[in-house]
Design a protein around this ligand. Structure first.
Ligand code: NAD
Length: 246
């Protein structure tokens, strides 16, 4: 029996799909025959390679630009006929202690990590409400749950994303739309490659499993949440952190 058979033939939008966790999510969805339209901002070559490898479609669209949300939803509906799944994965960091944090950096993190989710969920909500079906997963962070020194903007955006997720779960629940978050711990991607050895060591020491996460660990949690195995789960935050925050 294919546990994820319900995904066969569905269609999804994934933001920030060209690399890292987004790339793993696109790949997992395509492995279960989900049609995928993913966004990217800079990495055209990586995006094209992923399309060639998986059969996903890519579009260059800044998640922080509100005009792109309507364009993306329209494009996905025209291409696939409907949207079943929305995964809000695009994210950036601008790590500074608060007394050195520039307002422009704070704003950019908010626009990319938080407002982008507001724009796209607002745009897709009428479609999901009309179809009385849909799954939304936001990619938050354990630092959105616990806060993190040196990551004021990032942690604030990820905490906001959790509140957004829980609020929208309430609003869309009556129309059979499930809205959940995943909260990864330290995952080995380009985003964390720049982290110092001491930051890595602390993260590793915090885990219960004694290892750092890989992108596919997060992709597998997303796969579960967008499948019918999670039909009775909404407004939840699923930590994918090897027990880093317990
Ligand atoms: P990454 O830097 O490797 O990838 C980020 C992705 O977001 C890229 O595909 C990039 O193109 C895209 N992106 C950035 N700005 C964008 C914009 N304005 N519009 C559209 N796309 C944009 O990082 P990652 O580690 O794969 O992170 C993916 C998500 O997981 C992020 O939201 C991140 O905050 C979250 N996360 C990562 C970790 C970790 O340890 N790596 C931990 C917790 C949460």
């Amino acid at each position: 029996m294919n546990t994820f058979a319900s995904l066969n033939g569905k269609s999804a939008i994934v933001t920030g799909g060209s690399r890292g966790i987004g790339r793993a999510i696109v790949t997992r969805l395509r492995q279960h025959n989900v049609s995928v339209l993913f966004t990217y901002v800079q990495a055209r070559e990586e995006a094209e390679a992923l399309c060639a490898e998986t059969g996903a479609l890519a579009i260059n669209a800044d998640a922080a630009d509100p005009e792109n949300a309507a364009m993306l939803v329209t494009h996905a509906i025209e291409t696939f006929g409907q949207i079943d799944i929305l995964v809000l994965n695009a994210g950036i960091t601008r790590d500074r202690v608060i007394w050195k944090l520039l307002e422009a950096d704070f704003d950019q993190v908010m626009a990319t990590n938080l407002k982008s989710a507001f724009y796209l969920i607002r745009e897709v909500a009428p479609h999901f409400r009309e179809r009385q079906s849909g799954k939304i997963v936001t990619v938050s962070s354990i630092n959105g749950l616990r806060g993190k020194g040196g990551q004021v903007a990032y942690a604030t955006s990820k905490g906001g994303l959790i509140a957004l997720t829980k609020s929208v779960a309430r609003e869309l629940g009556p129309k059979n739309v499930q809205v959940n978050a995943v909260a990864p711990g330290f995952i080995e991607t380009d985003m964390t490659r720049a982290a110092s050895q001491s930051v890595r060591d602390i993260a590793l020491a915090e885990t219960a499993l004694g290892r750092l996460g890989q992108p596919q660990h997060v992709a597998d949690a997303v796969l579960f949440l967008v499948s019918d195995l999670a039909d009775h789960i909404t407004g939840q935050v699923l930590q994918v952190d090897g027990g880093q925050l317990t």
